[in-house]
Design a protein around this ligand. Structure first.
Ligand code: ADP
Length: 570
């Protein structure tokens, strides 16, 4: 055995040899054989001792390891440990407890544990310690403790008196920070209560006749009532956690902010209080829903979800649409009927206006030429008896002119009646225009006043293709007006240019007042300055109607007391 490795063994050997030298004497009868036996015995003993020594060293080593292990276990245990005396003074404390109190071990040992408690808590410690030293057991209890930085925490203490006897003077205590544990327990309690509350609400909502839906800010369904499940045809578990818009809403674009439910205003997401959308049911059916939405906000006012109540409005909407269509149809019908009635009324009004105008015109206008005829006949009789034939001739002419006038009035009424009834048909023929005009002028000569002449010029092709009767009526009307409303000569020109006929009649008469010119073609309208001249106010309106039939046009220029020019284009 190498003694250099074991200085302690060397030392012991030295001491043992010295002792032997003092006490023992070698036996006098020591023979070589006896010595050999003793030697052997001694060698065996030495070997035994060395083995025992080795065993002891190994045990010591294991003990040291165990001590280290226990020190580690003591110091680094997740729970704080401390040893206190009867007065609560700290005798030993592990690292975890030191960390809890925020101080080094050397600063804590010898200090009263009560120094690290909130006020009013130490009494609890002393009462419990007192109990512990009476029965050897420290029951678990809670204390509000504080660390070096005055941070308070809830500690759970419990312990025992090792090898308890009346004379025991130390108590071992475990110290645990249960602040978070308590908070978690409180949270769990709150959660459990909420869960119960949620289940209660769910039961109430399940009884509701409308759909109730709760979705979170990711649009995931957090709650849906029985009615909602029935409507969609899914089991509740098949709906919960699903993206509402993606799975159940038709036509929803998930890449955008939900256009149906939310909108931005001043950069803030706002919920629309009411929306309508189609949802798809498990059986493929689609239902139109009307949703009333409420935003659920957290304490900072951020939207964390939406609670919506929804009603299946498919049937109602259909009925509304039918009603709306029916109403629209009814309105159209009423509108049409009203129009028909008001047209009829207007027609009736016009007819009655025409009738009364006709009565007053007939009584006045037709009376005048007949009176003239009558007075002329009386005078003709007289002049005949007196042999004054010249004067008789004059009155024959007056009778002729009055009858022409009479006929022209009747013609006007007849024309108007025909035009109104729509029985006038256009019948075009080709004829020699200047010949036709000259013939008509001849017819009109009887109407001309003294010293009044009609000068006529034509340019362009002679032949024209028109409805002769209508054209004659237009010409007669315009020409008779020019004669009637002027005393001086009248200029008549026609131009036939490759199918376009222009007729111009220029007089030097009373003209048309500016303010009356816009009403000139209205039936029965007569200008202010024409009141003393006989007329019906029908001629120009008839001309206009004829021109409509022929797709022609008429315009005029006029100046009061200078004259008027009427131009017709066909
Ligand atoms: P009437 O001559 O029978 O009154 P018209 O319809 O032919 O009816 O004419 C309407 C009105 O236009 C006339 O009352 C008259 O005031 C005005 N008018 C028509 N032609 C002329 C004209 N050549 N010169 C002045 N006024 C005219």
């Amino acid at each position: 055995m190498d003694n250099k490795d074991h200085p302690k063994t060397d030392e012991l050997r030295g001491k043992a040899e010295a002792k032997l030298r003092q006490s023992s004497t070698l036996p006098k009868d020591l023979t070589l054989d006896k010595a050999k036996v003793i030697m052997h015995e001694l060698e065996v003993h030495q070997l035994e001792l060395e083995m025992q020594n080795q065993e002891l060293r190994e045990t010591q080593h294991r003990l040291e390891e165990l001590r280290d292990l226990y020190t580690d276990l003591f110091d680094f245990a997740p729970v704080g440990y401390l040893v206190v005396d009867k007065k609560g003074v700290i005798k030993n404390i592990n690292l975890t407890a030191c960390m809890l109190l925020g101080l080094e071990r050397s600063l804590l040992i010898g200090k009263p544990l009560s120094a690290y408690m909130s006020s009013g808590q130490s009494i609890k410690l002393f009462l419990n310690l007192n109990e512990a030293f009476k029965n050897g057991n420290l029951p678990s209890f809670e204390l509000i403790m504080k660390d070096r930085k005055n941070r308070t925490f809830t500690a759970l203490l419990q312990g025992m008196i090792p090898n308890y006897s009346k004379s025991s003077d130390t108590c071992r205590i475990s110290l645990q920070d249960i602040t978070e544990l308590k908070a978690a327990a409180a949270l769990k309690k709150e959660h459990d209560e909420l869960q119960l509350e949620k289940e209660k609400i769910q039961r109430y909502l399940d009884l509701a006749p409308v759909v109730f839906l709760l979705i979170d800010s990711d649009h995931k369904v957090q709650m849906i009532n029985q009615k909602g499940c029935e409507l969609l045809g899914y089991k509740r578990v098949e709906i919960l956690g699903e993206n509402w818009f993606k799975k159940f809403v038709i036509g929803h674009d998930n890449t955008k902010v939900d256009p149906a439910n939310e909108s931005f205003q001043n950069n803030k997401l706002l919920l629309k209080p009411y929306v309508e959308n189609f949802v798809k049911c498990k059986n493929g059916e689609k239902r139109l829903m009307g949703w009333t939405n409420i935003a659920l906000l957290d304490n900072s006012g951020n939207q964390i979800g939406t609670l919506s109540s929804g009603e299946d409005i498919t049937q109602r909407k259909k009925e509304e649409a039918t009603k709306q269509r029916y109403m629209e149809e009814l309105e159209t019908m009423v509108g049409e009927r009203t129009k028909e009635l008001s047209d009829a009324l207007e027609n009736e009004k016009q007819i009655s206006e025409m009738k009364s105008s006709f009565v007053s015109i007939a009584s006045h206008e037709l009376r005048t030429p007949i009176t003239i005829v009558l007075s002329s006949i009386i005078l003709i009789e007289k002049y005949g008896a007196l042999g004054q034939f010249e004067k008789q001739k004059k009155h024959f002419n007056r009778i002729k002119s009055s009858i022409t006038h009479f006929i022209s009035i009747l013609d006007d009424f007849l024309s108007l009646d025909k035009l109104e009834k729509g029985v006038v048909r256009v019948n075009k023929e080709t004829f020699d225009l200047p010949n036709f005009i000259n013939f008509t002028i001849g017819e009109m000569e009887v109407m001309l006043k003294e010293d009044q002449k009609i000068s006529y010029t034509h340019s362009g092709q002679r032949n024209t293709t028109q409805d002769k009767k209508i054209f004659r009526n237009i010409l007669l009307n315009l020409l008779s007006n020019a004669i009637k409303y002027s005393e001086k000569d009248i200029e008549l020109t026609t131009v036939e240019n490759n199918g376009t006929l222009t007729l111009k009649i220029k007089d030097q008469g009373i003209g048309i007042p500016e303010e009356d010119s816009q009403f000139l073609f209205k039936r029965f309208f007569r200008a202010k300055n024409a009141e003393d001249i006989p007329g019906t106010g029908l001629g120009l309106s008839i001309v206009e109607r004829y021109l409509d039939l022929l797709k022609g046009s008429i315009e005029f220029t006029s100046q009061e007391n200078i004259g008027s020019t009427f131009t017709v284009q066909l």
